[in-house]
Every structure is written in structure tokens, then in C-alpha cells.
Write a protein that binds this ligand. Structure first.
Ligand code: GTP
Ligand code: MG
Length: 395
């Protein structure tokens, strides 16, 4: 065992009292990585090459996922989420191969302010669905998670009982990046889960910002989880979010909170009357539930099934899915062109100068746009990007 010695860090206060209980361990020569203690010495010395997992072929992915292989599913999602352009065409071929098996699940979005109880609700609801014989995939959409991979990662431990079930697949939010970012990755992940046989997809998103609109555009049924005491301020929930909801769930309707929850439910019911329903032919209502005590969940599922029946019968269900698909295409074109433009080195090079000219009032914003567009060569820009337009040329 090496001897470890500690010393006072140079930024510690001078006084030698016990207010500062901190020491710095002296380093060990040659160590650059804290995990080095775990590295096999044979690998370090070069005698042994670290094993690299062989990348499955597209057919192996398609067959594996089609047969419900969770490891294959996880790896394919990683491929879908990769920001490495060379992974993109492969991921798309896997998706293409699985498309015929997608579309059969019921897609449910869940939003609400932080702490509303979304994760707890998903855990209780998911367990109930599994007990009924369903296979449930839980995904998260958090566009802010560029590094942290979203709060649902921590939730995997919070959703303890759910994540241990073999009929459940839980995946945290993808990080952003190019190629359509979080929205594309989440949608494609959802399709892979469907192909793997999950028949209920629960998508959690935190109720702040843009993510609700993204999730609404990928699910069939959208529920808003709220807390008691809606009052005048609506707990910061904007009217716009209420307009997206097919159900409002007043959670934590338990114990001392039950009576307050009933009052809150009434308040939401009154507010809903002034709001255009999210889905044609379906009246949004507010319901009581307790994710903790597992009450109101069966009723919630009955409501979702009723919604499914009503919208199937009226054709609204299918029509929404078609619109969602076309919107997806549309938004990806938008995003692709946007990226091509703003990532183009020529545009980037000229941008500071143009910005300054606009700010100084030398040229108008319209003129600035005209100049930028004029110097933009889409062919040149496309060459630098993953060739979305000609994926078959990429191997
Ligand atoms: N009494 C009571 N507490 C609940 C209920 N549901 C959730 N909680 C508690 O509320 C807290 C927040 O719950 P989460 O499920 O983490 O909330 P969330 O909406 O997923 O929060 P974020 O992921 O941070 O947005 C936890 O301490 C839960 O135990 C409920 O039905 N009744
Ligand atoms: Mg949560």
C-alpha cells in the first residue's frame, strides 16, 4: 500500500484553527486518471487489447429488437441518440427496417411543474398497467438536458419497483446536439420501443418551456399533472399548456390534502370551460389521483381507454397521427436548413460584421438577411454536414 499524506491546500485560510477542515492528498507520480486503479495491468502494458464489443449489423438490430431483445433496443437507441454523423445512416437503416412494426402502442404524454408527482405517478401507473399485462416503455423529454441527461436518470432509482420489472423499459432524455436534437431522438426512440413490443409508451416532460409542445406532437393522449391550490396564479401553468391537455390530474389527493384537492379540481373544471379542447370531440376534465396511495389510477386508465375509443371511432386518432408525421417531416426540414445555414463557416465568418452593421443602424435587418442569404451556398454547406439528403451514399 502506498503511503498517503495530506497537506493544507494553498487556498486555505492562514489561521490554524479548526474552522477549515480540509486537506489535499498528495498525488501519485504518473497517475493521470482516477480510475487507473481499476485498469487491468496487462491492458496498461499493451500486452492485452481491451475487448471492443462488435457492432451488430443492421439486420441483427432489426431482428433483435423485433424479438424484444432489450440489450439490442438499448444499443440501437444509443445509435439513434449519437451525435456522431457516421452513426446516422446506420441508425436510420435500423429504424427503416423496423417501421412496419411501429405505431401499435398507445402514446401517453405526462407533463406538470417540477414536484407535481409525475415520476411517482408513472411508477404507480406503470406498475398497474404491467399487472394488467401491458408492456410499458417510459421515456423522458427534456430539451434542457444537454449534459445531465435529464432528471429521469435520477428517477430510475426513484422508479425503483418499475425499473426492475422485465415488462418495463426506462430511458432517460437524450442530450441535444444536431440532426434534429432531442425531438427527433425521442420520437425515433419511441418507434424503436414500439417495434420491441411495448404497447404503452409513457413520456414524461417537465412543465416548463417548450418541451410540452414537443411531447404533445408525439403522443395520442396528453395529461397535465397539477397540485392543489391552483388559485389565481395557476401555479405558473400557462393557459397554453392547459389547451394541450386531454386530462388534468390533481395529484396528491390524499390525507389532509384530499379536501383541498377536491376544491382545486372544481377550480380547474371551471377554467376548462373557457378553453378550447385539445382534441376534437373530447371534453377535457380534471380528475383526482394520489400517486402515493395509488388511488384514481384505474379511473385514469378507463378515461384514457375511453378517449382511445372515441377518437378511433371518429377518425381523430388516425388523423392526428398523420398530422404528427407530416409535422415531424416539416420541422426536420426546418431544423436541417437552419443548421446548414448557421453552421456554415462562410456565414459564421461574416456574421459578426453583419450583426455590428445592424446594431449600428448601417443596414436594416432585412438587408442583413438578404446579404447573408446571398452569400449562402447550400451545396457547399451540405457537403460539410451529414448528408441527410443522400443517406444511401453513406456507408
Ligand atoms: N402525498 C403525496 N405525495 C406525493 C404524491 N405523488 C408524489 N408525491 C411526492 O412529491 C414529490 C415529488 O414527486 P416526483 O414524482 O418526483 O415529482 P415530478 O413531477 O416527477 O418532479 P420532477 O421530475 O422534478 O419534475 C416526492 O417527494 C413524492 O414522494 C402523492 O400522490 N401524494
Ligand atoms: Mg420526475
Amino acid at each position: 500500500m502506498p503511503e498517503y499524506t495530506t497537506s493544507k491546500p494553498e487556498w486555505a485560510p492562514e489561521e490554524n484553527d479548526d474552522k477549515f477542515a480540509c486537506g489535499v492528498m498528495s498525488g501519485i507520480e504518473g497517475i493521470t486518471d482516477t480510475t487507473i486503479g481499476n485498469v487491468n495491468p496487462a491492458i496498461k502494458s499493451g500486452a492485452l487489447k481491451p475487448k471492443r464489443r462488435r457492432e451488430p449489423t443492421v439486420d441483427e438490430y432489426v431482428d433483435g429488437i423485433g424479438n424484444g431483445d432489450r440489450v439490442m433496443l438499448s444499443r440501437a437507441i444509443t445509435l439513434i441518440e449519437s451525435n456522431n454523423p457516421s452513426h446516422f445512416p446506420r441508425a436510420q437503416r435500423v429504424l427503416q427496417g423496423l417501421l412496419p412494426k411501429t405505431g401499435k402502442a398507445l402514446r401517453i404524454g405526462i407533463t406538470g411543474v417540477p414536484g407535481a408527482g409525475k415520476s411517482t405517478l408513472i411508477e404507480a401507473f406503470g406498475n398497474m398497467l404491467c399487472d394488467m399485462g401491458h408492456h410499458v416503455a417510459v421515456l423522458a423529454v427534456d430539451p434542457t438536458s444537454s449534459v445531465t441527461r435529464g432528471s429521469i436518470l435520477g428517477d430510475k432509482t426513484r422508479m425503483g419497483t418499475l425499473s426492475r420489472r422485465p415488462e418495463v423499459f426506462i430511458r432517460p432524455s437524450p442530450a441535444g446536439g444536431m440532426l434534429g436534437g432531442v425531438a427527433r431522438k425521442s420520437r425515433e426512440t419511441m418507434l424503436l420501443c414500439e417495434a420491441a413490443g411495448y404497447d404503452v409508451i409513457l413520456v414524461e416532460t417537465v412543465g416548463v418551456g417548450q418541451s410540452e409542445t414537443t411531447v404533445r406532437s408525439m403522443v395520442d393522449f396528453f395529461m397535465l399533472v397539477v397540485l392543489t391550490g391552483a388559485g389565481d396564479d395557476l401555479q405558473g401553468i400557462k393557459k397554453g399548456i392547459m389547451e394541450l391537455a386531454d386530462a388534468i390530474v390533481v395529484n396528491k389527493a390524499d390525507g389532509d390534502n384530499y379536501v383541498k384537492a377536491k376544491v382545486t379540481r372544481g377550480e380547474y373544471e371551471r377554467m376548462i370551460e373557457f378553453i378550447r379542447p385539445a382534441t376534437e370531440g373530447w371534453q377535457t376534465h380534471a380528475y383526482l389521483a394520489s400517486a402515493l396511495k395509488k388511488t384514481g389510477l384505474k379511473e385514469l386508465w378507463d378515461i384514457i381507454r375511453a378517449f382511445e375509443k372515441v377518437t378511433h371511432d371518429s377518425g381523430v386518432f388516425q388523423r392526428r397521427r398523420e398530422e404528427q408525421l407530416l409535422d415531424w417531416v416539416h420541422s426536420m426540414v426546418d431544423e436541417h436548413l437552419h443548421n446548414l445555414f448557421f453552421d456554415d463557416p462562410v456565414i459564421q465568418g461574416r456574421m459578426p460584421e453583419i450583426k455590428e452593421a445592424v446594431l449600428k443602424g448601417v443596414i436594416s435587418p432585412t438587408q442583413a438577411v438578404a446579404e447573408l442569404i446571398n452569400m449562402f451556398d447550400i451545396e457547399r454547406a451540405a457537403k460539410r454536414h451529414v448528408d441527410l439528403l443522400h443517406p444511401e451514399t453513406q456507408k
